[in-house]
Design a protein around this ligand. Structure first.
Ligand SMILES: Nc1nc2c(ncn2[C@@H]2O[C@H](COP(=O)(O)OP(=O)(O)OP(=O)(O)O)[C@@H](O)[C@H]2O)c(=O)[nH]1
Ligand SMILES: [Mg+2]
Length: 231
Protein backbone atom coordinates (compact mmCIF):
# COMPACT_ATOMS: atom_id res chain seq x y z
CA UNK A 1 0.00 0.00 0.00
CA UNK A 2 2.79 2.41 0.91
CA UNK A 3 4.40 1.89 -2.52
CA UNK A 4 1.20 2.97 -4.20
CA UNK A 5 1.16 6.23 -2.28
CA UNK A 6 4.74 7.22 -3.10
CA UNK A 7 5.44 9.67 -5.87
CA UNK A 8 8.18 9.93 -8.46
CA UNK A 9 9.56 13.38 -9.19
CA UNK A 10 9.87 14.20 -12.88
CA UNK A 11 10.91 17.81 -13.42
CA UNK A 12 8.62 19.91 -11.24
CA UNK A 13 5.67 17.47 -11.46
CA UNK A 14 5.05 14.68 -9.05
CA UNK A 15 3.64 11.56 -10.69
CA UNK A 16 1.88 9.14 -8.33
CA UNK A 17 3.61 5.74 -8.18
CA UNK A 18 0.26 4.06 -8.77
CA UNK A 19 0.01 5.84 -12.10
CA UNK A 20 3.53 4.80 -13.10
CA UNK A 21 2.88 1.14 -12.34
CA UNK A 22 -0.39 1.31 -14.24
CA UNK A 23 1.24 2.83 -17.31
CA UNK A 24 4.13 0.42 -17.49
CA UNK A 25 1.90 -2.61 -17.03
CA UNK A 26 -0.45 -1.34 -19.70
CA UNK A 27 2.24 -0.87 -22.30
CA UNK A 28 4.01 -4.12 -21.63
CA UNK A 29 0.86 -6.21 -21.91
CA UNK A 30 -0.37 -4.74 -25.19
CA UNK A 31 3.03 -4.36 -26.87
CA UNK A 32 3.44 -7.76 -28.46
CA UNK A 33 0.57 -8.93 -30.64
CA UNK A 34 0.48 -10.81 -33.94
CA UNK A 35 -2.15 -11.79 -36.43
CA UNK A 36 -2.45 -15.56 -36.01
CA UNK A 37 -5.04 -16.89 -38.47
CA UNK A 38 -8.40 -16.32 -40.15
CA UNK A 39 -11.26 -18.79 -40.09
CA UNK A 40 -14.32 -19.09 -42.33
CA UNK A 41 -15.65 -22.15 -40.51
CA UNK A 42 -15.23 -23.83 -37.14
CA UNK A 43 -12.83 -26.52 -38.41
CA UNK A 44 -10.33 -23.69 -39.02
CA UNK A 45 -10.44 -22.31 -35.46
CA UNK A 46 -7.11 -22.63 -33.60
CA UNK A 47 -6.93 -25.06 -30.68
CA UNK A 48 -8.50 -23.94 -27.40
CA UNK A 49 -5.53 -23.73 -25.08
CA UNK A 50 -5.36 -20.10 -23.97
CA UNK A 51 -7.93 -17.52 -22.76
CA UNK A 52 -9.77 -15.68 -25.52
CA UNK A 53 -11.82 -12.50 -25.74
CA UNK A 54 -14.34 -12.12 -28.55
CA UNK A 55 -14.99 -8.73 -30.10
CA UNK A 56 -18.62 -8.68 -31.21
CA UNK A 57 -20.94 -6.04 -32.63
CA UNK A 58 -22.90 -4.83 -35.62
CA UNK A 59 -21.14 -4.08 -38.87
CA UNK A 60 -19.29 -0.80 -39.04
CA UNK A 61 -19.48 0.09 -35.32
CA UNK A 62 -15.67 0.09 -35.17
CA UNK A 63 -14.67 -3.38 -33.91
CA UNK A 64 -11.47 -3.55 -35.98
CA UNK A 65 -10.64 0.09 -35.15
CA UNK A 66 -10.97 -0.68 -31.43
CA UNK A 67 -8.51 -3.58 -31.81
CA UNK A 68 -6.00 -1.30 -33.55
CA UNK A 69 -6.45 1.26 -30.80
CA UNK A 70 -5.94 -1.28 -27.97
CA UNK A 71 -2.65 -2.44 -29.49
CA UNK A 72 -1.60 0.97 -30.73
CA UNK A 73 -1.26 -0.30 -34.31
CA UNK A 74 -2.63 1.18 -37.53
CA UNK A 75 -3.33 -1.90 -39.62
CA UNK A 76 -3.36 -4.90 -37.34
CA UNK A 77 -7.07 -5.37 -38.12
CA UNK A 78 -8.42 -4.04 -41.42
CA UNK A 79 -10.97 -1.26 -41.19
CA UNK A 80 -13.23 0.33 -43.81
CA UNK A 81 -15.70 3.17 -44.27
CA UNK A 82 -18.34 0.75 -45.55
CA UNK A 83 -19.87 -2.05 -43.49
CA UNK A 84 -19.02 -5.70 -44.11
CA UNK A 85 -15.21 -5.40 -44.17
CA UNK A 86 -14.44 -8.22 -41.70
CA UNK A 87 -15.94 -11.39 -43.17
CA UNK A 88 -13.82 -14.01 -41.44
CA UNK A 89 -13.00 -14.61 -37.80
CA UNK A 90 -9.55 -13.12 -37.26
CA UNK A 91 -7.44 -14.42 -34.38
CA UNK A 92 -4.74 -12.23 -32.81
CA UNK A 93 -2.23 -13.78 -30.41
CA UNK A 94 -0.98 -11.71 -27.46
CA UNK A 95 2.51 -12.51 -26.18
CA UNK A 96 3.17 -11.63 -22.56
CA UNK A 97 6.67 -12.05 -21.14
CA UNK A 98 7.68 -13.83 -24.35
CA UNK A 99 4.90 -16.42 -24.26
CA UNK A 100 1.66 -16.48 -26.30
CA UNK A 101 -0.75 -16.19 -23.40
CA UNK A 102 -4.10 -15.10 -24.82
CA UNK A 103 -6.07 -14.22 -27.91
CA UNK A 104 -8.34 -11.44 -29.13
CA UNK A 105 -10.78 -12.54 -31.81
CA UNK A 106 -12.24 -10.03 -34.27
CA UNK A 107 -15.61 -11.40 -35.36
CA UNK A 108 -17.50 -10.43 -38.52
CA UNK A 109 -20.09 -7.72 -37.87
CA UNK A 110 -23.65 -8.95 -37.65
CA UNK A 111 -26.81 -7.33 -38.98
CA UNK A 112 -25.38 -6.11 -42.28
CA UNK A 113 -28.15 -6.43 -44.84
CA UNK A 114 -26.35 -5.63 -48.08
CA UNK A 115 -24.56 -8.90 -48.51
CA UNK A 116 -25.35 -12.13 -50.30
CA UNK A 117 -27.90 -13.98 -48.10
CA UNK A 118 -26.18 -17.37 -48.05
CA UNK A 119 -22.81 -15.77 -47.27
CA UNK A 120 -24.38 -13.77 -44.43
CA UNK A 121 -26.03 -16.89 -43.06
CA UNK A 122 -22.79 -18.85 -43.22
CA UNK A 123 -20.72 -16.21 -41.41
CA UNK A 124 -23.37 -15.60 -38.76
CA UNK A 125 -23.52 -19.36 -38.20
CA UNK A 126 -19.73 -19.53 -37.76
CA UNK A 127 -19.84 -16.55 -35.41
CA UNK A 128 -22.53 -18.13 -33.21
CA UNK A 129 -20.73 -21.44 -33.32
CA UNK A 130 -17.65 -19.69 -31.98
CA UNK A 131 -19.54 -18.12 -29.06
CA UNK A 132 -21.27 -21.40 -28.17
CA UNK A 133 -18.32 -23.76 -28.42
CA UNK A 134 -15.16 -21.96 -27.31
CA UNK A 135 -14.42 -23.23 -23.83
CA UNK A 136 -11.59 -20.76 -23.32
CA UNK A 137 -13.78 -17.74 -24.10
CA UNK A 138 -13.36 -15.74 -20.88
CA UNK A 139 -15.30 -12.65 -21.91
CA UNK A 140 -16.77 -10.69 -24.75
CA UNK A 141 -16.33 -7.07 -25.69
CA UNK A 142 -19.45 -5.81 -27.44
CA UNK A 143 -18.81 -2.72 -29.53
CA UNK A 144 -21.74 -0.42 -30.24
CA UNK A 145 -22.11 2.97 -31.88
CA UNK A 146 -22.95 5.23 -28.91
CA UNK A 147 -25.55 7.03 -31.06
CA UNK A 148 -27.46 3.75 -31.52
CA UNK A 149 -26.47 1.46 -28.65
CA UNK A 150 -28.14 -1.89 -28.03
CA UNK A 151 -30.18 -2.53 -31.16
CA UNK A 152 -32.43 -5.61 -31.35
CA UNK A 153 -29.66 -7.73 -32.80
CA UNK A 154 -27.23 -6.62 -30.04
CA UNK A 155 -29.88 -7.66 -27.51
CA UNK A 156 -30.04 -11.11 -29.12
CA UNK A 157 -26.28 -11.44 -28.89
CA UNK A 158 -26.42 -10.28 -25.26
CA UNK A 159 -29.06 -12.93 -24.51
CA UNK A 160 -26.61 -15.57 -25.71
CA UNK A 161 -23.73 -14.16 -23.65
CA UNK A 162 -25.93 -13.96 -20.55
CA UNK A 163 -27.26 -17.49 -21.08
CA UNK A 164 -23.72 -18.82 -21.50
CA UNK A 165 -22.59 -16.82 -18.44
CA UNK A 166 -19.86 -15.10 -20.44
CA UNK A 167 -18.74 -11.84 -18.87
CA UNK A 168 -19.21 -8.82 -21.13
CA UNK A 169 -18.35 -5.18 -21.49
CA UNK A 170 -20.33 -2.87 -23.75
CA UNK A 171 -18.17 -0.23 -25.39
CA UNK A 172 -20.10 2.85 -26.53
CA UNK A 173 -17.75 3.68 -29.40
CA UNK A 174 -17.60 6.81 -31.60
CA UNK A 175 -18.23 8.97 -28.51
CA UNK A 176 -16.28 11.74 -30.27
CA UNK A 177 -19.56 12.29 -32.16
CA UNK A 178 -21.42 13.30 -28.96
CA UNK A 179 -21.22 16.40 -26.80
CA UNK A 180 -20.65 16.18 -23.05
CA UNK A 181 -24.29 15.94 -21.95
CA UNK A 182 -25.14 13.48 -24.74
CA UNK A 183 -22.30 11.24 -23.53
CA UNK A 184 -23.64 11.26 -19.96
CA UNK A 185 -27.14 10.39 -21.19
CA UNK A 186 -25.86 7.60 -23.48
CA UNK A 187 -23.88 6.00 -20.65
CA UNK A 188 -26.75 6.29 -18.18
CA UNK A 189 -29.29 4.84 -20.62
CA UNK A 190 -27.03 1.90 -21.37
CA UNK A 191 -26.48 1.13 -17.67
CA UNK A 192 -30.23 1.33 -16.97
CA UNK A 193 -31.06 -0.94 -19.95
CA UNK A 194 -28.48 -3.52 -18.87
CA UNK A 195 -29.61 -3.51 -15.24
CA UNK A 196 -33.16 -4.20 -16.44
CA UNK A 197 -32.07 -6.91 -18.86
CA UNK A 198 -29.54 -8.82 -16.83
CA UNK A 199 -30.10 -9.55 -13.11
CA UNK A 200 -26.38 -10.38 -12.85
CA UNK A 201 -25.27 -7.21 -14.64
CA UNK A 202 -23.37 -5.80 -11.63
CA UNK A 203 -21.20 -8.94 -11.47
CA UNK A 204 -20.99 -10.04 -15.10
CA UNK A 205 -21.28 -6.89 -17.16
CA UNK A 206 -20.24 -3.27 -17.48
CA UNK A 207 -20.21 -0.48 -20.03
CA UNK A 208 -18.14 2.58 -20.85
CA UNK A 209 -17.75 5.37 -23.38
CA UNK A 210 -15.00 5.05 -25.95
CA UNK A 211 -13.60 6.59 -29.10
CA UNK A 212 -11.21 4.56 -31.22
CA UNK A 213 -10.24 7.57 -33.29
CA UNK A 214 -9.59 9.88 -30.31
CA UNK A 215 -8.44 7.06 -27.99
CA UNK A 216 -10.89 8.13 -25.26
CA UNK A 217 -11.44 5.49 -22.58
CA UNK A 218 -8.42 3.43 -23.65
CA UNK A 219 -6.79 3.08 -20.24
CA UNK A 220 -10.01 1.88 -18.62
CA UNK A 221 -10.59 -0.60 -21.43
CA UNK A 222 -7.05 -2.00 -21.25
CA UNK A 223 -7.48 -2.60 -17.53
CA UNK A 224 -10.72 -4.43 -18.14
CA UNK A 225 -9.04 -6.69 -20.69
CA UNK A 226 -6.06 -7.36 -18.43
CA UNK A 227 -8.33 -8.21 -15.52
CA UNK A 228 -10.10 -10.75 -17.73
CA UNK A 229 -6.96 -12.29 -19.17
CA UNK A 230 -4.53 -12.33 -16.25
CA UNK A 231 -5.60 -14.57 -13.41
N1 LIG B 1 -15.74 9.05 -35.57
C1 LIG B 1 -15.34 7.82 -35.31
N2 LIG B 1 -15.25 6.91 -36.31
C2 LIG B 1 -14.85 5.66 -35.99
C3 LIG B 1 -14.52 5.27 -34.67
N3 LIG B 1 -14.19 3.96 -34.68
C4 LIG B 1 -14.30 3.55 -35.96
N4 LIG B 1 -14.69 4.56 -36.76
C5 LIG B 1 -14.92 4.51 -38.22
O1 LIG B 1 -15.99 3.60 -38.48
C6 LIG B 1 -15.78 2.92 -39.72
C7 LIG B 1 -15.87 1.41 -39.49
O2 LIG B 1 -14.78 0.98 -38.70
P1 LIG B 1 -14.33 -0.56 -38.63
O3 LIG B 1 -13.34 -0.64 -37.53
O4 LIG B 1 -13.94 -1.07 -39.97
O5 LIG B 1 -15.72 -1.23 -38.18
P2 LIG B 1 -16.06 -2.79 -37.98
O6 LIG B 1 -17.03 -2.86 -36.88
O7 LIG B 1 -14.81 -3.59 -37.84
O8 LIG B 1 -16.79 -3.12 -39.36
P3 LIG B 1 -17.03 -4.57 -40.05
O9 LIG B 1 -15.71 -5.27 -40.13
O10 LIG B 1 -17.58 -4.20 -41.38
O11 LIG B 1 -18.02 -5.27 -39.20
C8 LIG B 1 -14.41 3.38 -40.23
O12 LIG B 1 -14.61 4.42 -41.18
C9 LIG B 1 -13.72 3.93 -38.97
O13 LIG B 1 -12.77 4.94 -39.25
C10 LIG B 1 -14.60 6.27 -33.63
O14 LIG B 1 -14.34 6.05 -32.45
N5 LIG B 1 -15.02 7.52 -34.02
MG1 LIG C 1 -14.04 -5.17 -38.94
Amino acid sequence: MILWQRTYRKGQREIPMKRLIKDSLNHEFFDDVQFETSAARSSQFPTMTIPEIAIVGRSNVGKSSVINCIFNRKKLAYTAKNPGKTRLLNFFAIKYKGVVSSRIVDLPGYGYAKVDKSLKKSWEKTLLNFIWTRQMLVASLMITDCRRPLTDIDELMLDILIKKKIRYHILLNKSDKLNHSEKIIALKNCNVALEEKDPAFKNNGSCSLFSATKRYGLEELRFKLMAWLIK
